[in-house]
Design a protein around this ligand. Structure first.
Ligand code: FE
Length: 305
C-alpha cells in the first residue's frame, strides 16, 4: 500500500478569521455567516479523517524575512511552534509534522527538478493555522500531522501559476510513491482578489474570483496560464496568493468533483470563498478512491505604465 491524495481543500487564510475565533466572535452577526459556511466542511473532514494534511500557504514574514526568501519550502520537522505575529501566538496547539513523508516529498520533488528548501525549524503563522481552525475547530491537539509547504508570494519574483500547478502534479506523484498506507488531504490557501494597501485597498473582483473557481474544477489549465500582471490588475496586489490554490489543484486528479463551495458572506468585505473538492475514481484494481505582503511596488508601477 502506498500513500495517496484523497481530496483537496481551498480556503482563505485571512488572519481576522483566526482572531474572530480566538476572541469568541463566531456567533456575532458579522462573522456568523462565515463560520456557518464551514460547518459542513468540518463535518466532512471529520468523517474523512485524513492521516496527514499538506498545507500550502505563505509565510507572512514570521518564519522568514527579507534576508532569506525561499520560493518553495517544506517543513520537515517533527513539530512547528505557533508564530508570534505581534499579539502573542494564537491559542492553538503546536503543529505536529510528519518528517518521514515530508523528507520523501523533498527527495522526490528535487529529483523531479523542483528546488525545494528543506526547513527543519520553523514557526507557522496564520497562513497555516487559520485554515486548520476553519476545518478542525480548535481541538486540544490537531487531529493529524501536518506538512507545511510555504510558497513565496511576498517578494517578487514569485512563482508562476504554471510552476505551481506542475509542482502540485509532482506532489501527487511523490505522495503516491511513499510506501505507507496514508490518506492525504492537501490544502491550497490564500485570499482570492484582495489588496491591502494603496489607492485600490479593499479591492474585490467577484467576476474574476468566480471564473477562477469555476475553472479550478473544470478547466484548471485556463487558470494555470494567468500571468502575474493579470493577477495584479484583476485580483489586486495580494491576489497573487491564488497561485497556491493551483498547487492543490495540480495534486488532484484531472477530473474532479466540487463537493462544496461556500460563497462569500454577503456582509463581509473580504474573502471567505472556500471550496472543497473530493475526487473519486476507480483505480486499476477496481477500488474506489475518494478522491504577501508588500507586493513588489515595481510590479505595480509596471502595471501603471
Ligand atoms: Fe496571506
Amino acid at each position: 500500500m502506498v500513500a495517496r491524495i484523497i481530496a483537496g481543500v481551498a480556503t482563505s487564510h485571512i488572519p481576522a478569521v483566526g482572531a474572530a475565533w480566538d476572541n469568541g466572535k463566531t456567533e456575532e452577526p458579522y462573522w456568523q455567516p462565515v463560520f456557518a459556511g464551514f460547518e459542513r466542511s468540518k463535518e466532512w473532514i471529520a468523517e474523512v479523517k485524513p492521516d496527514v494534511c499538506i498545507v500550502v500557504y505563505n509565510d507572512h514574514m514570521s518564519a522568514f524575512s527579507l534576508e532569506i526568501v525561499p520560493t518553495f519550502a517544506i517543513g520537515c520537522a517533527a513539530e512547528f511552534p505557533i508564530a508570534d505575529e505581534g499579539w502573542g501566538p494564537r491559542p492553538v496547539p503546536p503543529v505536529k509534522g510528519h518528517p518521514e513523508l515530508a523528507s520523501h516529498l523533498v527527495q522526490s520533488l528535487v529529483l523531479d527538478e523542483f528546488d525545494i528548501t528543506i526547513v527543519n525549524k520553523m514557526a507557522v503563522d496564520h497562513g497555516l493555522t487559520v485554515p486548520l481552525t476553519l476545518m478542525f475547530g480548535q481541538p486540544k491537539e490537531w487531529p493529524c500531522p501536518v506538512i507545511p509547504l510555504a510558497v513565496n508570494v511576498v517578494v517578487y519574483p514569485v512563482p508562476t501559476g504554471h510552476r505551481c500547478y506542475r509542482l502540485g502534479q509532482a506532489i501527487r506523484k511523490a505522495v503516491g510513491s511513499f510506501d505507507q498506507n496514508l490518506r492525504v488531504v492537501i490544502f491550497g490557501t490564500g485570499g482570492m482578489s484582495h489588496q491591502l494597501q494603496g489607492p485600490r485597498a479593499g479591492l474585490i473582483n467577484r467576476p474574476f474570483d468566480t471564473r477562477f473557481l469555476d475553472n479550478l474544477t473544470k478547466d484548471p489549465e485556463a487558470n494555470v496560464g494567468i500571468p502575474h500582471l493579470e493577477y495584479l490588475r484583476e485580483a489586486g496586489s495580494e491576489g497573487i496568493e491564488m497561485v497556491m490554490w493551483l498547487i492543490m489543484r495540480g495534486a488532484c486528479i484531472a477530473s474532479i468533483t466540487c463537493r462544496r463551495r461556500t460563497p462569500r458572506s454577503a456582509t463581509s468585505s473580504w474573502k471567505t470563498s472556500h471550496l472543497m473538492r473530493t475526487v473519486e475514481h476507480e483505480d486499476l484494481r477496481g477500488r474506489t478512491r475518494r478522491l504577501r505582503s508588500e507586493t513588489s511596488r515595481c510590479a505595480e508601477a509596471h502595471l501603471r505604465r
